[in-house]
Each structure stands twice: as C-alpha cells, then as structure tokens.
Design a protein around this ligand. Sequence first.
Ligand SMILES: [Zn+2]
Length: 74
Amino acid sequence: MKKLIACLLLAALILTCFAACGKKEFTCDICGRTVREKPHKTEILGEEAVLRERCYKEIKEMRDGFNDLAGTFG
Ligand SMILES: [Zn+2]
C-alpha cells in the first residue's frame, strides 16, 4: 500500500514537472514581473528581450501603430 502511494506521488510529481517545463518561469523584460507562461522573444532597440504575453501584445500593437504612422508620413 505504501508503495502505491509512493508511485502516485511520483506520478503527480512527474506530471507537475511536465506541465511546468512547457511554461518556464521567467522575468519579463518590460514590467519586471516573474511569470510562468509561454515567453515571447523579441528585439527592443536592438537588444533581445523576453516578454510575457501581455507585454508582448502591447509592444506589438505599439510597433504596428508606429508602422502605420510611418506609412502615413512615408
Ligand atoms: Zn511584462
């Protein structure tokens, strides 16, 4: 019986690890928050940055907006 519990615990541990491995904990280069989600790699002012989903979208929208603006004047 003890063996079974040990096995279940081990299985749970492995599953947790697998779930966590896909979403590595990292610190967002924009807001400095430590999050556990899919990181987005991008380049900001020539430097590589790792952003969380939310900040990545904001940067992307900002870039798209800038490109639209540049397109208007260019
Ligand atoms: Zn952020």
